[in-house]
Write a protein that binds this ligand. Structure first.
Ligand code: SF4
Ligand code: FES
Length: 379
């Protein structure tokens, strides 16, 4: 079924969460608290069919993600399928464990781009955050091989209280490793990041300093390094257009084949998700109740309903609205026009002012976090 009509544009990107398995245990992971097990993962042929349907639907980019996508034995075959279909493939990887061993084959299979996560520059700090010893030298060796193979490299650093002082050093590291792009991505509080919020929340003064550092480096490094900046929602004036707007640009396929409008959509109770095992991607994009729930602007309440920005940010993030306002159809409290915005900022300031940050609750498959929700949520 071709689901694309003038009123319903094609999705541009597909986030293929190939597996939730990962050697790292980052406390800010956006994966759900209940991680999918290997035995329930889609097989190679199903992923290849999904990619074929995605290409037919007009998808241009495929983000091969996880978890750690190279943990799958068939990552090379899946990458080759992307290349054969003319899909631009981006490998989102931690660069550790067996990732380096597969890199040459991935390049030969037609991989287009590599996005490597870094937890910090200083090794002990990086390895404490990622929860894996000896990760840092593996990452650096991986980055070196990426550039030796002529593949474009992006470094992705999720920023929080534990590494915000290292933003200048992260910029130097990106230059040293030959990255073309650096993402300075302040933590988005979903999944494991949400339960670790009090441990991760940086002080506003540090956030402002990090933004100034990035702005100065962008000027200085024009033509050498592109720096993307994701500002922290809790201190923002307006929210981001999460996932480019619900059901407008992206599809997210989970390791077991559920198709989501964003990576955290399963936190919203009552949404019905369709599976790639049962329906085509085109049918899911057009007709799935989950995609239709918050597509466009009809579902909006005030102040979004009459706001000039409603088709710019699409009301912000539905998952954050649920987590903080207790209503997925509310205005994202990251927005300064939300009646809850002041409370959310006060919460962030209070958490960041804790003299000693709580211990991390590390991401783990089959292990429940100590506390599912930070205190005070919804605000
Ligand atoms: Fe965006 Fe809604 Fe805030 Fe307007 S009120 S800026 S549409 S989130
Ligand atoms: Fe779900 Fe933002 S993460 S809409």
């Amino acid at each position: 079924m071709n689901a694309v009509t003038p009123a319903l544009p094609a999705p541009i990107g597909l986030l293929a969460e190939l597996t939730h398995r990962c050697p790292l245990r980052c406390p800010y992971c956006s994966n759900p608290l209940e991680l999918d097990r290997r035995s329930a993962e889609l097989d190679t042929a199903t992923w290849q069919r999904v990619l074929t349907e995605a290409a037919g639907l007009g998808v241009l980019h495929v983000h091969l993600s996880g978890g750690e996508p190279t943990a799958r034995q068939d990552i090379v075959a899946i990458t080759r399928t992307c290349a054969e279909l003319g899909l631009y493939s981006n490998l989102i990887t931690s660069g550790v464990a067996g990732a380096l061993d597969k890199l040459d084959a991935l390049s030969d299979a037609g991989l287009d781009h590599v996005q490597l996560s870094v937890q910090a520059v200083e090794a002990a700090n990086a390895e404490r955050i990622g929860g894996l010893r000896n990760a840092q030298p593996q990452k650096f060796a991986f980055a070196e091989r990426v550039t030796a193979l002529g593949l474009p490299l992006t470094l992705n650093a999720v920023i929080h209280r534990g590494n915000i002082a290292e933003v200048p050093a992260l910029i130097d590291l990106a230059l040293r490793l030959g990255a073309k792009r650096l993402e300075v991505a302040h933590t988005q509080y979903y999944g494991w990041a949400y339960v670790n919020r009090a441990a991760l929340m940086p002080a506003k003064a540090d956030v402002d300093r990090s933004i100034r550092t990035v702005e100065e480096a962008r000027e200085r490094l024009k033509g050498q390094l592109v720096i993307d900046l994701v500002v922290p929602d809790y201190y923002a004036k307006y929210p981001k257009a999460c996932a480019g707007g619900w059901g407008r640009r992206l599809m997210n396929v989970t390791p077991t084949g559920k198709v989501l409008p964003c990576h955290a959509a399963e936190t919203i109770p009552g949404l019905e998700f369709w599976h790639v095992q049962d329906r085509s991607l085109g049918e899911i994009w057009a007709e799935s109740p989950a995609f239709r729930a918050y597509r466009g602007t009809d579902w909006m309440q005030e102040p979004c309903r009459s706001c000039d920005r409603r088709e710019k940010d699409w009301g912000g993030c539905r998952c954050q609205a649920l987590a903080l306002a207790g209503d997925a159809a509310a205005t994202d409290p990251a927005c300064s026009l939300s009646p809850l915005h002041g409370k959310v900022q006060a919460l962030a300031i209070a958490e960041s002012a804790l003299e000693t940050a709580p211990d991390y609750q590390y991401r783990t498959i089959g292990g429940a976090p100590r506390a599912a929700m930070p205190e005070g949520a919804p605000v």
